[in-house]
Design a protein around this ligand. Sequence first.
Ligand code: ADP
Ligand code: ZN
Ligand code: ZN
Length: 737
Amino acid sequence: MAEPVYLHLALPTPLRRRFDYLPPEGTDPDQVRHWPAGIRIRVPFGKQELIGILLGVSDHTHLKATQLRPALERLDETPLWPDELLQLCLWAADYYQCPVGEALHVALPALLRQGAPAERVTEPVWQLTSEGKGLPEGALSRAPRQAMLLAELQRRNQLSRADLALLDIPRSAVKALEDKGLVETAPPTPEAPTPALLSEQPLTLNSEQAAAVSRIKLKGFQVSLLDGATGSGKTEVYLQAIARTLAQGQQALVLVPEIGLTPQTLARFQRRFAQPVVALHSGMNDRERLDSWLQARSGRARIVIGTRSAIFTPLAEPGIIIVDEEHDGSFKQQDGFRYSARDLAVMRAHRLDIPLVLGSATPALETLHNAHQGRYQHLHLRQRAGGARPPTVELQDLRGVTLHEGFSRDSLAAIRAQIEMGNQVLVFLNRRGYAPTLECHSCGWLAECLHCDARLTVHQHPRHLHCHHCSHQRAVPRRCPSCHSAQLEPLGQGTERSEEALREAFPDVPVIRVDRDSTRRKNALRDLVAEVNKGEPCILVGTQMLAKGHHFADVTLVVIVDADAGLFSTDFRAPERMGQLLLQVAGRAGRAEKPGRVILQSHHTDHPLVQTLMHAGYHAFAETLLQERQRAQLPPFHHLALLRAESSRPENAVQFLRLALAQAQRLHAPDGIISYLGPLPAMLEKRGDRFRYQLHISSVARAPLQKLLSQLAAHLEADAFSKRVRWAFDVDPQDMS
Ligand code: ADP
Ligand code: ZN
Ligand code: ZN
């Protein structure tokens, strides 16, 4: 009889171990021995069935024969990932202290998690009818979406559903052309690879751009920081670096922040390249995402553009990785598998031995530090591309100044002047809703959330009180719950209130609000941006949604209503984020013929950080912050991990962290290499009725920290007390709240 053989699986459960099974009944053990890692296996788990990933096969198991159950079914012939990527996922699960089954789960498209075959479903494509082919170029100009569809079909003959999604052409436009008899569906013709690389002439690079492209390696591991202000032509550098990669027969992976993956960005890549480009983002449905993923894996797609999780896209012939706006917080996942896609990009490029480009106008302090240390090549783009001039920035001291709904008289006058000249104005305020809270004028009562340590935001459309931390909502009270006075007043400014004030002050121009509330409907943001890009005078008022991804060429003035919040936060990253956000907003303004102006209203104009940012620029600002971080022994000089615990009973969370601290000190006594701080309450101690605490573990060196965290995780999991709290490690935390 053949020796028994065991399957070792990763299953999507919170347990930090692998699971052993017998092979499915009726399979030949000698064949099972050759099953590759990375295939999916369906198994019984308690009373359920789960889909696991095979990690290996061996003759050994730590389980008794009576504990072993046979697996049900092998789902894949070939591994889902190339070995490189499976190994990266395993490494990341280990590094971020995430159970491996959960990590692999996150790395897969939803349909594969659910057991769908890893095969493309060929769907019909759209093409022009003979009548459609007879139309002249530029026809249907009164229906822009239909005209765009027509032009694309004239250029490329066929469009798939994925192409339409990428071009952001609504199905209604397709239907309209079908009804007119101009477009029909057809089975896809087998794809002959297009030999052409480009479908549009690249721009002539300025000398800095050309130097940057030539210093990005064609082969071999290298990290370049492409450091250039908004509008300095970074994207053009990416496009030309990618063209070289495609020319040598390799694929490119481009990561962008969630909010940066706009139809404009995709269209720009589509326009430039004759080769297939696919997207991966949350606006796509599961089928579309799987299709992009499979096209990347098979090598059909030559360029993959996606948000955070796209770092886990398999590539047949990887040649370059690009991370745009690398400082952006959305690259770090904030729950479950708390990975940083930017940091994993460095690891993946290293393992693949290919170049990586990190681009930003405001590089993260970590990235600048790596560049200073010589680990990354530092490429600068100091001019604005195409001759545009950088905006001028003015500080406006609000102390002692009478404010009209948050605006100084000077700011309002400046807005008026630009509107009268036919220009557009952008007003930035990073608080949505009408006002940050409601106050009783008689007794000082403030509207607070019952479930969080936070105030309730006043919203007017529709009118209600809303907690932005737990989503709790209540009606606005008529009388103060404390003293019954009727004098309840909204306190402070939110975007809705600024919008209202600007409408009153400027009744003749459209005021367009852009925040999470005004853009909830699908395509709402696209429509608002299209409205602004018509170029008519208008006032845009909005949150950081305005700071990313969109360039507004006709905006000549940016007013930043209040920039002070970041200066006094207890989060050590708050000033860095404030500086990045301000410069990103400021960068929205101006172009060649119309230079931009930025007014920064502040009660702390003489704060050294504000002074440095405004007068010496981002790099000096970042340098100051880096020196502070070094003195305070914070990242990037020290490595930091949090152990987070939360419970409906605060004493449980604290007690758990005390036990963890004692255990950690037994494993690694504080010694000048590793140090401990806490248990501390989180910045928002109570959220959604749960009390949240943290233990900070910091280390001069990475390796001892990693070793400690792994050992500590194993101990905590085995400890019965850990069942009473929700706990997780957050390695390299970005958000300390
Ligand atoms: P960034 O990505 O740094 O914000 P972009 O690459 O989007 O900058 O460039 C900003 C604008 O300048 C775009 O409209 C782009 O077409 C234009 N541009 C970029 N490089 C050049 C160049 N070499 N010559 C002319 N225009 C350029
Ligand atoms: Zn009161
Ligand atoms: Zn709440």
